[in-house]
Ligand binder design. Sequence first.
Ligand code: CTP
Length: 216
Amino acid sequence: MKTPTAVVTAGPTLEAIDPVRFLSNRSSGKQGYAIAAALRDKGFDVTLVSGPVALDDLAGVTMVRVESALDMLAAVQGALPADVFVAVAAVSDWRPAETAPRKLKLDKAGLTSLALVENPDILKTVSNLAPPRRPHLVVGFAAETHDVAELAREKRLRKGCDWIMANDVSGDAMGGADNAALLITDDGEETFERAAKSEIAARLAARISEAVARTD
Ligand code: CTP
């Protein structure tokens, strides 16, 4: 049997306003790195496309470090085809319409608003690829504070992914060591009780590994 391949995104993206300022979010990258490591441990050949995080490179994983959503999309496209794509990154939905080449002088420019443009949706783009470019299994993540299952079911259909891991982020999931999740697949739902992110990752990797083995 050939070695299965996986591409995972993790961390935030950083959208430059000028050489010193940016838009970003508080994603730590911990859950995405844990999933990449768990897939590696299940025998996958893993490429981890990571936004800027304070985490070390994972041994035995092909690391691609990026900053912006556009760079993350290009890196993901460069890493495909793969059997599995897992989108864990907290991609910035917006980026500045222009990145100033020199530091903006806000006092002189009198800047009171910032023009933004929408970033591409990496998960949706990969979900909508035509075979054989589309991975056999595309897994998205959803961070919800309320109506977790209902919003995640709707998000799965809207994004076109096969599975979605819904996180309840009403607690301290972002940046914390623990997570609780609901895995929504094409044939049912499974609750992942609150556990260390490494434990959640191991359970998801086991499910992914079983699903990929079935497609062989
Ligand atoms: N995602 C992506 N590219 C984007 C935005 C999101 O790949 N430009 C992926 C994320 O990696 C994650 C899923 O899509 O797998 C999250 O979808 P999103 O619509 O951003 O949901 P939330 O972060 O939960 O936010 P909201 O509910 O506000 O849409």
